[in-house]
Design a protein around this ligand. Structure first.
Ligand code: RB5
Length: 154
């Protein structure tokens, strides 16, 4: 049983699957902090992506899960935060590769395009797959602008 606290948040399009995956995480033994929303009323995805991503970025939490209709808006917002690697995954294979090759610390689910069981399978693949390290660690390090020699920030 893990006692890691995993963050989760969505917009209205991801709300229903968020509730299902939150229950699944608890069944798997994770502590979960739900950063909202608490209803499926229409809201703006960035308002929920940024607070979660900030906490992963500053190291307060290791991992988070975001859900919106396509996964795109949530991933755009989350990936603006340093050290956040938010991966949109619509199959378990993509979720596993996002961990193995890209060390994805935020899983983003396109809730309008995956069913409940697919969502559970994607979540499990992301939770259970370790980062491979090695050459992938070099590549992941180069994602950060201040680590990349061609950017103005280096
Ligand atoms: C909401 O209708 C939808 O635009 C949102 O969930 C998401 O898909 C945006 O990227």
């Amino acid at each position: 049983m893990s006692h890691e606290t995993i963050l989760i948040a969505s917009d209205h399009a991801g709300f229903e699957l968020k509730e299902k995956l939150e229950a699944e995480l608890k069944t798997l033994g994770y502590d979960v902090e739900d950063l909202g929303p608490n209803t499926d009323a229409s809201i703006d995805y960035a308002d929920y992506a940024h607070p979660l991503a900030e906490r992963v970025s500053n190291g307060e939490n290791d991992r988070g899960i975001l859900l919106c209709g396509t996964g795109l808006g949530m991933s755009y917002a989350a990936n603006r935060h340093p050290h956040v690697r938010a991966a949109v995954a619509w199959t378990p294979e993509i979720a596993a590769l996002a961990r193995e090759h890209n060390d994805a610390n935020v899983l983003v689910l396109p809730a309008r395009f995956v069913g409940e069981q697919e969502g559970r399978d994607i979540l499990k693949a992301w939770l259970d797959t370790p980062f491979a390290g090695g050459r992938h660690a070099r590549r992941v390090a180069k994602i950060e602008l201040d680590e990349h020699p061609t950017t103005e920030n280096s």
